[in-house]
Design a binder for this molecule. Structure first.
Ligand code: NAD
Length: 270
């Protein structure tokens, strides 16, 4: 599995399995085991997905050790607002049945994020977390954290796909050595019928989903496509045996139209 070197020196696998909306039971367990069989070494969950218990069960019963998997989870907004990030981390560790998280993110830029960031920094010092980062932090939100931070965020996880590249945020992160993870990299499966993806896919003997994910990887973006279907999990993992030519990268770049499939970090309320 190819990795991205984070600003704290850790190597984060460029492909992970996203488990948003996967049921807290056999569905999540199977998906993670299939992903491991397909060489994924990274799982992305969150408190709000209500499946951390199943993620923990899957890691416990996996054919490879826990230390071979990069585990990301996120602190939910209510816990950030309530100033209980450390307590929420301990609860997550219990649900995940592990004694450390590889990457812990603040899920959204809500009131209390700066204080929550300081709690994350303490969790690194306590050895409970290997890397800390943000999710859905736009340049203004990011600057607030950077002003107070003693540890730089390692990652910002944002909506990113051919229809939405959020250049301002990506550039701000690049300038600060913060890696980007794309959420909804497959545009939630909604636009894979885009003719360009099929045309390019045919030429490389690949699928539209593989082309879109490969485009992200070649833009130095970590991807966490979601699927609970064994065949699709395998398909989404076959990204490192081909390379898109520059002209195809540019053609996909030109699809950008500022279109979100998820909430706008400047205008949300949850
Ligand atoms: P996605 O873009 O990964 O799309 C997933 C959907 O695409 C699947 O449900 C399926 O319908 C379809 N699909 C998957 N593989 C396919 C294939 N090979 N061919 C055709 N269709 C396919 O969307 P997502 O789940 O929203 O995002 C991925 C992950 O990102 C989530 O599971 C979660 O871990 C994370 N996420 C984070 C945030 C955040 O705020 N930080 C928000 C949303 C999602």
């Amino acid at each position: 599995m190819k990795t991205t070197k984070l600003n704290n020196g850790l190597a984060m696998p460029q492909l992970g399995l996203g488990v948003y909306k996967a049921a807290n039971g056999q569905e999540t367990i199977n998906a993670i085991h299939w992903a491991i069989d397909a060489d994924y070494r990274h799982v992305d969950t969150a408190r709000i997905y209500n499946n951390e218990e199943a993620v923990g069960d899957a890691l416990r019963s996996a054919t490879i050790p826990r230390s071979d998997i990069w585990l990301t989870t996120k602190i939910w907004n209510d816990d950030i607002r309530a100033g209980r990030t450390t307590a929420a981390l301990h609860e997550a560790l219990k649900r995940l049945k592990t004694d450390y998280i590889d990457l812990l993110l603040l899920h959204w830029p809500v009131t209390g994020s700066v204080a929550a960031w300081q709690e994350l920094e303490k969790a690194v010092g306590a050895g409970k977390v290997r890397a800390i980062g943000l999710s859905n932090f736009m340049p203004e939100h990011l600057r607030e954290i950077l002003e107070a931070a003693e540890i730089m965020p390692a990652v910002n996880q944002i909506e990113y796909h051919p229809y939405l590249v959020q250049s301002d945020t990506v550039n701000e992160c690049d300038a600060n050595g913060i890696a980007i993870t794309a959420w909804s990299p497959l545009i939630q499966g909604k636009f894979l019928e885009e003719p360009l993806f099929a045309q390019i896919a045919e030429r490389y003997g690949k699928t539209p989903a593989q082309v879109v994910l490969r485009w992200c990887i070649q833009n130095d973006i970590i991807v966490i496509p979601k699927s609970t279907n064994q065949q699709r999990i395998h398909e989404n993992g076959q990204l490192f045996d081909f390379e898109l030519e520059e002209a195809d990268m540019v053609a996909i770049d030109e699809l950008e139209r500022g279109e979100r499939v998820g909430p706008d970090p400047y205008d949300f309320d949850f």
